[in-house]
Ligand binder design. Structure first.
Ligand SMILES: O=C(O)c1cc(=O)[nH]c(=O)n1[C@@H]1O[C@H](COP(=O)(O)O)[C@@H](O)[C@H]1O
Length: 224
């Protein structure tokens, strides 16, 4: 089985990103580029990172009216990303149009509830009920809209996997047993997420901020 770990390259410096990637690339299965990197380096930066030969997950978390999101998707098609994110709360029509505009080899996944949020945060945004119910509801909407899968925390992935057997599930908010959670609130270990049905494990700081990133990536790989 291929390595499910996608390294989140969350840094604005292109050279430092490439250097980190060189150190760890033998121990990961893909690279995630998010808004921090993309706003700094755009399509050129994505192409530079793609030279490493690993699949690229373009985590742009698109969230706008359907026409605008479809246009954004078309604008990034030439980069041939393996995975792209949209916010599931953007609604069914937005997700349908995003999927229709994406390249045929790109998986479009809907971000459900950010792993940095808990039930109290959810309530403050006006959503009543548990994160579990909220994630399952948005997963159902994403499936109806024809998306390939969703992004959720390791707390929900087992239930979502049960509800959507063929879905593609991206799980961030991962920490090895001794790792500091930082701004993440719904956290599990990489192994637990994988055992519960995650297709992709997104891992950033536990590798990128480690004293020895290659060793950290190797240690995580060994737990899987
Ligand atoms: O879409 C994501 O990748 C994402 C969704 C989510 O709910 N939570 C979340 O942390 N992420 C991303 O996953 C990565 C997690 O980074 P670390 O907490 O450093 O491992 C970051 O790049 C986040 O942007």
């Amino acid at each position: 089985m291929s390595n499910p770990v996608y390294l989140a390259l969350d840094m604005p410096q292109l050279d430092a990103s490439k250097a980190l990637l060189q150190q760890v690339k033998a121990h990961i299965g893909g690279v995630k580029l998010g808004m921090e990197f993309f706003y700094a380096h755009g399509a050129h930066g994505v192409r530079e990172i793609a030279h490493c030969g690993l699949p690229i997950f373009l985590d742009l978390k698109l969230h706008d009216i359907p026409n605008t999101v479809a246009g954004a998707m078309q604008a990034i098609n030439s980069l041939e990303p393996a995975i792209v994110t949209v916010h599931a709360s953007g609604g069914r029509a937005m997700m349908e149009d995003a999927k229709a505009a994406a390249g045929e080899n790109t998986k479009v996944v809907g971000v459900t509830m950010l792993t940095s949020l808990d039930e109290r945060d959810l309530e403050r945004t006006g959503v009543k009920g548990s994160p579990h119910d909220h994630v399952l509801r948005l997963a159902e909407l994403a499936e109806q809209a024809g998306l390939d899968g969703i992004v959720c925390s390791g707390h929900e992935v087992a239930a979502v996997h049960k509800q959507w057997r063929k879905g593609f599930f991206v799980v961030p908010g991962l920490r090895p047993a001794e790792g500091a959670a930082g701004d993440q609130k719904r956290v599990v270990t990489p192994r637990k997420a994988r055992d519960d049905g995650a297709s992709v494990l997104v891992i950033g700081r536990p590798i990128s901020r480690a004293d020895n990133p290659a060793q950290a990536a190797r240690d995580i790989e060994a737990t899987l």
